[in-house]
Write a protein that binds this ligand. Structure first.
Ligand code: NAD
Length: 269
């Protein structure tokens, strides 16, 4: 009996998520790591990606040549916005499927991913955990019910290395709340409060950001009513949940037709 392995390429293999993905691939049946890259300036170039990830030698050396990734069936990319767009262009040229978990992408970056997704299956999601995907659905439902007299605030906390704010997940939750209210997030979001701000505008969706220590990721969507409050929260305590979700998305992408997908498509499959 022959078993068909899905070949995975990891750009950003020296990063926090890259190393976690390599650990999870080593334990995942049916998945095989075939390529690992990082930035040319990275000290990890030339090192064994398994050793770096703590799983023991796997023979896949970290390269600075993105074209090495072309041998993979699926690229799982948690890097930076510019790198993810470049990798998506490369993946569409070579016919590799792709999962993008990078956050902080601009509208133009997202459009570039959508163009690549005309040629390849591409799953893009700012939070690949099962819990947050379900949380966003709940937030949409609650926001549709709690309208008049209810204020929505989104609070997020992350480790001190995080470079973008509010987090991609906070924005996903804000989009879900805005969908529930049938409004556009960019018309109602309030992300900066300082000095004489005036009273809160009814209908706004506010964001608050905490950064510190080693917090993996915590999000609360708070609906403030008159004399009552509804809070829906998610706390991630181990980055492995994002890696496992991303690999579930990779299995989905390996079998999907060309198109632009998110984690809802993955969980529904
Ligand atoms: P990190 O800084 O530890 O790792 C990023 C890695 O990408 C680094 O090793 C960096 O050198 C590498 N890189 C940058 N440009 C590259 C290029 N052109 N080619 C190859 N490698 C390149 O960051 P991290 O904590 O691993 O997070 C990475 C991204 O994933 C961030 O945007 C973060 O917000 C996001 N993230 C998403 C989820 C999710 O569930 N979707 C979860 C955690 C983190």
């Amino acid at each position: 009996m022959t078993s068909v392995m899905t070949k995975i390429g990891i750009p950003g293999a020296a990063g926090r998520m890259g190393r976690m993905l390599i650990r999870e691939i080593a334990a995942a049946p049916g998945l095989e790591l075939v390529a690992a890259t990082d930035r040319a300036e990275s000290e990890a170039i030339g090192q064994d990606s398994g050793l770096l990830a703590g799983t023991g030698t796997n023979g896949v050396l970290i390269s600075d040549d993105p074209e090495n990734l072309a041998s993979a069936d699926v690229l799982v990319d948690f890097t930076s916005p510019a790198a993810s767009v470049a990798h998506a262009n490369m993946a569409s040229r070579h016919g590799c499927a792709m999962v993008v978990g990078t956050t902080g992408l601009s509208g133009d970056d997202e459009s570039a991913l959508a163009v690549a997704a005309k040629a390849i299956p591409l799953v893009y999601c700012a939070n690949t955990s099962v819990g947050v995907t379900l949380l966003a659905k709940l937030v949409e439902q609650v926001a549709a019910q709690l309208v008049e007299g209810w204020d929505i605030e989104i609070l997020e906390s992350h480790h001190h290395h995080k470079v973008d704010a509010p987090s991609g997940t906070a924005l996903v939750l804000g989009e879900a709340a805005a969908r529930g209210r049938n409004v556009k997030l960019d018309e109602v979001s309030d992300m900066v409060r300082k000095g004489q701000t005036g009273a809160r505008t009814p209908g706004d969706i506010g964001f608050a950001v905490l950064r510190g220590g080693d917090v993996t990721g915590e999000h609360s969507v708070i609906f403030f009513g008159d004399s009552e409050r509804v809070e829906i929260s998610h706390k991630a305590t181990d980055r492995a949940i994002f890696a496992r979700g991303a690999l579930r998305a990779a299995r989905f992408a390996a079998a999907a037709k060309a198109g632009f997908y998110d984690m809802n498509d993955v969980l529904a499959s």
